[in-house]
Design a protein around this ligand. Structure first.
Ligand code: SF4
Ligand code: SF4
Length: 693
């Protein structure tokens, strides 16, 4: 079983620039699919009093775990990064596989798999990579698409959050100066101009709290209170869909959407905060935040705890967590329930089944941030988010608007009703306020800049009216969308039961359908194309007889595909996601050539086959079927050894020069494969994590 191993910062930088230059991609994300903003469009939103260039972000999860993942999210157009949850228990054994995206999305995964200290470093490295890439000017980033925010996520109980480890993490995120200096020095010589950058050192002062399913409400309240007072953080509490209540969850999930085989256990409701309790702590914490001058809000939703009745995850896992499409309907209904009570008083962060068809709707509801996880694990991976903007742009264009607030006002045609609801029905009022309202009405019909007018000195009440109007429109939009989404068949079981196609063949080390699906679906960019050209290689098998060594057999190893698929073990946590989407069976991460980044990881994970290439020498270590092999080439002389042999020969002429000891026949198949691996990684010039160390 492999573990995630963070990559050296210098190698990430080199790989980023070299790959962009030579392959027009970054970490296997094709440049033509980057979303760098659109001239004339302003998607910016306010989150805890800071500007972000877009409400879109990756949810705390697989897309915000490693430094390269954070950059990949950014390249897809994400601008509020909810970083993967850290917690005191940072040496957990997470069951594998841990993500099942076959239909709607289930997981048994939870917090960060790295140590807390490593997570802090990965987050700082990710932020620095983004700053370096921005500063390089190599992307066509539009003017108003540069602001990015990082949101911490910690879990899961008060004792853990108060621990020294978590305290150090939070303090490190608030002031990462030392870590930034540490990595500044590691910027490679050829990119030294970036050493001068004024890197952001306060990575984050906002936090989204993730609690255990079943965390007592008093504990949730104490944690947020502690984070406010002790660390001065702006906070969001992630709440559970169980707040809708047993009857409503089951009505929506099992009856209306038809997921009759998904069972939410009674305990899930009994152990979680009730709606009454949640209203209480939200009210009190909101008041505390106001007193302290901090931001406070809620997040809908956490995943939904359901019984593990499938055979995908290990049987030992009694429950699993539902995400994706059906959670969207639950989450939106919760937004309505919450707004029914609190209006637009608190920020609502949203994460539940966001995809290209509903992102623009979530924007119309004024949700911030709008975070996504499950959809980015599907075919296309991080690049899927550029389609979100396509839909949003097209809707904005239809309304002739170029910013989020104007879009929100026009999205569902509720703005006039909203004006009426706040006391400015057309022709029904008079006085200064009514004049201001009429001016807004005119902008709504004829176009113009709402914010500019709201801020103008000649209309002193305009700002207040505008805020009320926006708030009321959000509430009406929520109602419009909830009615639509709850009845929408696309969230029901019938449209979410199709399994990804499988062709019935088993993967082998070489050649496959070469569909490339496994590359972008990996959130860590562990899978990659290995440039081994097609061709035939003669495989000699030697035997020792009384007169020395002789060729016993000649076979051929034939590679037919234009290139091969490989896996970088240090980035593969064996989550299983690439197996789900690979049309062949067996799992690319298990059956394709696996490369270890260091000798240490090669020697640690001995239950996995794979290769380790020594960078400064012509030495390759390999494990085939659990048995270790090694070759060392010095000049023209090869030393090749395996479990029961050790031979030497001349590279150009093994047949006539082989000598050494062996207990049985020696096939050169593994040797030839090891040669191919080395050549593909180190000699082909194509970028990989291994070629830029
Ligand atoms: S290579 Fe496959 S199994 Fe490994 S982390 Fe990526 S998606 Fe998960
Ligand atoms: S391993 Fe599977 S998903 Fe990857 S390219 Fe081959 S057939 Fe496609």
């Amino acid at each position: 079983m492999a573990e995630l191993i963070p990559h050296p910062f210098a190698s990430l930088i080199k790989r980023m620039f070299v790959e962009l230059e030579t392959e027009q991609s970054i970490f296997d994300f094709p440049a033509k699919k980057f979303f760098c903003g659109l001239s004339g469009k302003d998607y910016s939103v306010n989150f805890h009093n800071k500007n972000s260039s877009s409400p879109l972000g990756p949810a705390s999860g697989p897309q915000t775990q490693m430094a390269q993942n954070i950059l990949l999210s950014w390249l897809g157009g994400c601008r509020i990064m909810e970083l993967k949850t850290v917690q005191i228990l940072d040496e957990l054994e997470i069951p594998r596989p841990c993500i099942d995206m076959q239909t709607v999305g289930y997981n048994v995964e939870w917090s960060q798999e790295l140590r807390i200290e490593q997570s802090l470093h990965e987050y700082v490295k990710g932020a620095m990579l983004i700053e370096i890439l921005r500063a390089s000017g190599k992307l066509d980033l539009t003017d108003n698409f540069g602001d990015v925010l990082y949101d911490m996520s910690v879990g899961y109980d008060l004792a853990g959050i108060q621990s020294e480890k978590v305290r150090r993490f939070i303090e490190g995120m608030l002031d990462a100066s030392e870590i930034v200096e540490h990595y500044r020095k590691q910027i490679p010589e050829q990119y030294r101009e970036f050493r001068k950058l004024d890197f952001q050192t306060k990575i984050s002062d906002t936090l989204t709290l993730s609690t255990f399913h079943g965390c007592p409400p008093e504990e949730i309240e104490k944690i947020i209170d502690y984070l406010f007072r002790e660390h001065g953080l702006n906070c969001i509490i992630k709440l559970n869909p169980t707040l809708l209540g047993k009857e409503r969850v089951r009505l929506l999930l099992n009856e209306i959407m038809g997921y009759t085989d998904v069972h939410v256990p009674d305990e899930a409701f009994e152990n979680d905060a009730t709606w009454e309790q949640a209203q209480g702590f939200v009210e009190r914490l909101g008041a505390t935040a106001k007193t302290l001058g901090l931001g406070f809000g809620v997040k809908f939703n956490n995943t939904l705890i359901v019984e593990n009745q499938r055979d995908f995850f290990p049987e030992s896992e009694k429950v699993m967590y539902l995400s994706g499409t059906p959670l969207h309907v639950l989450g939106i209904n919760l937004v309505q329930q919450f707004r029914g009570k609190f209006g637009d008083k608190f920020t609502i962060s949203f994460s539940a089944g966001i995809d290209k068809t509903n992102f623009a709707d979530a924007v119309a509801l004024g949700l911030t941030p709008i975070t996504v996880c499950s959809d980015l694990l599907k075919v296309g991976g991080y690049s899927r988010s550029s389609a979100y903007y396509k839909v949003l742009n097209s809707r904005m264009d239809n309304f002739g608007v170029n910013d989020i607030e104007s879009y929100l006002l026009k999205a569902y045609g509720n703005a006039e009703q909203a004006l009426e609801n706040i006391g400015f029905g057309a022709g029904k009022t008079s006085g200064t306020e009514a004049t201001v309202a009429d001016a807004f009405r005119k902008i709504l019909v004829e176009g113009g800049d709402f914010r500019k007018f709201a801020g103008s000195e000649e209309a002193p009440l305009a700002n207040e009216i505008f805020e009320k109007w926006l708030a009321e429109t959000k509430l009406l939009n929520t109602k419009t969308y909830v009615d639509e989404v709850t009845a929408n068949a696309r969230y029901g079981i019938a449209q979410n039961s199709k399994l990804p196609p499988k062709v019935g063949t088993m993967l082998e080390l070489f050649d496959c359908l070469t569909c490339d699906k496994c590359i972008p679906v990996c959130p860590n960019d562990a899978n990659f194309a290995l440039k081994i050209p097609p061709g035939e290689t003669e495989i000699l098998e030697f035997e020792q007889n009384s007169s020395g060594w002789a060729v016993h057999k000649r076979k051929t190893l034939k590679l037919e595909k234009k290139y091969q698929i490989a896996n970088y073990a240090d980035f593969c946590n064996e989550c299983g996601n690439c197996d789900i989407f690979c049309p062949e069976d067996g799992g690319p991460f298990l059956l394709k050539p696996r490369f270890f980044g260091t000798m240490e990881s090669f020697q640690t994970f001995t239950d996995r086959d794979g290769f380790f290439l020594e960078n400064n020498s012509d030495t390759v270590f390999a494990r085939f079927d659990g048995k270790e092999f090694r070759y060392v080439i010095t000049g023209n002389s090869v030393h090749y050894s395996g479990p029961d042999f050790e031979v030497q020969f001349s590279k150009d002429d093994p047949e006539n020069t082989i000598s050494g000891e062996a207990k049985s026949r020696v096939s050169f198949r593994n040797y030839e494969i090891m040669l191919m691996m080395r050549s593909a990684i180190l000699d082909s010039g194509s970028p990989s994590y291994l070629s830029h160390t």
